[in-house]
Design a protein around this ligand. Sequence first.
Ligand SMILES: N[C@@H](CCC(=O)N[C@@H](CS)C(=O)NCC(=O)O)C(=O)O
Length: 208
Amino acid sequence: MLKIWGRANSVNVQKVLWVCDELSLPYERIDAGLQFGRVRDPDYLDLNPNGQVPTLVDGTFVLWESNSILRYLVMQYGPTSQLYPNDPKLRASIDRWLDWSLSTLQPAERPVFLSAVRTPAAERNLVQFEADLMTVATRWKLLDDHLSGRFFLESDKFTIADIVLGAFAKRWFGLAGVERPSMPNLERWYSRLEQRAPFKKHIDLPLT
Ligand SMILES: N[C@@H](CCC(=O)N[C@@H](CS)C(=O)NCC(=O)O)C(=O)O
């Protein structure tokens, strides 16, 4: 059985769990990271020298980097799945969103998430928070524009691009007490994702 190391409230672990459920893959998840520790233990560092989660163990095969894990799982266990189609242009377009999520979206949304969710209100730098919020809003606006006239991110079929950005979108729409500019295309797309059972199970949890 697949083993997935990582706490269930990590966005990068959540993406992996979502894909497993879309592919009906059984797995064992082992808590690690933050309050669960383990990630600095030598045996864990042997698996993942970054000391981060998630890490996938599939028999003797070990893989870290969440987006690489998603691609591997579909290629290995769901090769005909629409989640990551073979067509090179479509695949490259999906990969573009996976890269964008790590290179452009996450660096912008992380400070907002950390401040709003993991920093006591009295210790928040509100000026910085508002500036960070505006930056991340411009990132989501790019997606809102892209989604105009589209049902899902690529090919109008649900793919791993929707999984990756959908997991991050929860950290946008789930923020309490913040004013978000209206983004109707993004909101419609997000409400489609909310209807999926794996989203309800793994993503639609309180932000912690
Ligand atoms: N690029 C990596 C990032 C991994 C990452 O940042 N993981 C975070 C959780 S989302 C982590 O391990 N944080 C430390 C911890 O949980 O102890 C990936 O996508 O897998």
